[in-house]
Design a protein around this ligand. Structure first.
Ligand code: C5P
Length: 404
């Protein structure tokens, strides 16, 4: 990796000493390092040591005017090829996940437009705390890459996950992120639906479902990462728009269908949204009132358009590849097979969403991949982004010849 520039944000943890080794080994491989320390980091490693090993001054203070004149924090955050946060303490991860910018390290992490790699290090209890789990999940969704932590005995004497990855492992992760990524979907136009839909009953109430949108968003991100031009049409979700993806926000199934039809023609459509099958036949113009002595209102439902089926049977602009999801409880395979035929799609990704499967809202998924020719492949349990990457690879193979 000769000549690639790393901006190393050193957090305040005992593992900070490993950064010295990281810089030494990295420079041997031709990487250059500029270091930023948090105030706490300097309790564990001296700026002088970082300066001596990196060969560059260390940036420490957001408000040092001289430094701002020389190199503003915005430029500092963008003049690198990769930002590495090591050790990524629980506090630094929390700041990153929530967009804080109250010192130089957190400000440049918010301002950067470069990939970010975090090497967490903390007490195992802190790593397992729900707050840290939430922050890490959010950061993964935001596209931050992670290396470690590793299991073992920690400086605090406790056992568990929390040791920072070794410099060698961090360097390997750096090299993997900096390696030129294959763009097997360059020139491919993709449409992805994601999330639930909300079907209004009155101005304050709606019908919906438990979809978090995580799988659909991860697929959109993975297709974009593979070079596709992606349009994501999403129902209401509590997720950030994936980087590099044109994202349209809708509420109802009918709005989702309209946006999808506007997006045609596309080469591939992936319908990962959990579209409500029905909507209230009438939406009340004002809030339905609970009247003393009156029976509860009866909800009459009518069917929503089937977006997947509409795209898969489009008379003029059927995408070359139409992919649906079958989120089922019970006999997943049988239901997925019948869906494949009924909806005229090419592939179905089926998964079990029974209570306890952890799929809805979780970070992982276990997929059965069914194709029209009858072949079935069971994928191992994977991170939702890895499901997206696997799918992107298969789409690239399938569309291989179609782009020329
Ligand atoms: O029929 P069912 O909802 O189980 O089918 C699931 C698949 O169909 C998913 O790919 C989902 O995105 C799609 N679908 C759709 N429009 C609907 C209902 C389902 O696109 N109205």
């Amino acid at each position: 990796m000769p000549g690639r520039r790393i901006l190393l944000v050193v957090g305040g943890g005992i593992a900070a000493y490993k950064c010295l080794e990281l810089i030494r080994r990295g420079r041997e491989r031709g990487l250059t390092f500029r270091c930023v320390t948090t105030r706490a980091a300097e309790q564990f490693v001296t700026p002088l040591a970082l300066e001596s090993l990196s060969g560059h001054r260390v940036w420490r203070d957001l408000f040092a005017l001289g430094e701002e004149a020389e190199m503003g924090h915005i430029r500092l955050s963008r003049d690198a090829d990769l930002v590495v946060v090591a050790p990524a303490t629980a506090d630094l991860l929390a700041k990153m996940a929530n967009g804080h910018a109250d010192d130089l390290a957190s400000t440049l992490l918010l301002a950067t437009d470069k990939p970010v790699l975090a090497a967490p290090a903390m007490n195992p209890r802190m790593w397992e705390h729900p707050a840290t789990r939430r922050n890490v999940a959010q950061l993964r969704t935001d596209g931050v890459a992670f290396v470690g932590p590793e299991p073992g005995e920690l400086a605090c004497g406790e056992q568990g996950f929390g040791r920072m990855a070794e410099p060698q492992a961090i360097l390997e992760a750096i090299e993997a992120l900096l390696a030129p990524r294959a763009k097997p979907l360059a020139g491919v136009r993709a449409l992805v639906t994601s999330g639930p839909t909300h079907e209004p009953i009155d101005p304050v109430r709606y019908l919906a479902n438990r979809s978090s949108g995580r799988q659909g968003h991860a697929i959109a991100a993975a297709l974009a990462e593979a070079g596709a031009e992606v349009e994501l049409v999403t129902g209401p979700v509590a997720l950030a728009d994936p980087p590099g993806v044109r994202t349209e926000h809708v509420e109802t199934a009918r709005e989702m269908l309209e946006r999808c039809l506007d997006a045609l023609p596309v080469d591939v459509a992936v319908c990962a949204a959990a579209v409500c099958d029905w909507r209230p036949a009438r939406t009340a113009a004002s809030k339905l009132k609970k009247e003393e002595g009156c029976p509860p209102p009866v909800l009459e439902l009518e069917e929503n358009p089937d977006i997947l089926r509409t795209l898969a049977t489009h008379p003029r602009s059927r995408p070359r590849l139409v992919i649906g999801f079958a989120a089922e409880t019970g006999d997943v395979l049988a239901m997925a097979r019948s869906k494949l035929a009924r909806k005229n799609c090419d592939w179905i990704l089926a998964n079990d969403v029974s209570p306890g499967s952890g799929v809805f809202g979780g970070e992982r998924n276990r997929i059965l991949w069914l194709r029209r020719d009858g072949t079935i492949e069971a994928w191992p349990e994977l991170d939702k982004l890895e499901v997206g990457r696997r799918l992107a690879k298969l789409i690239a193979e399938e569309l291989g010849g179609a782009r020329a």
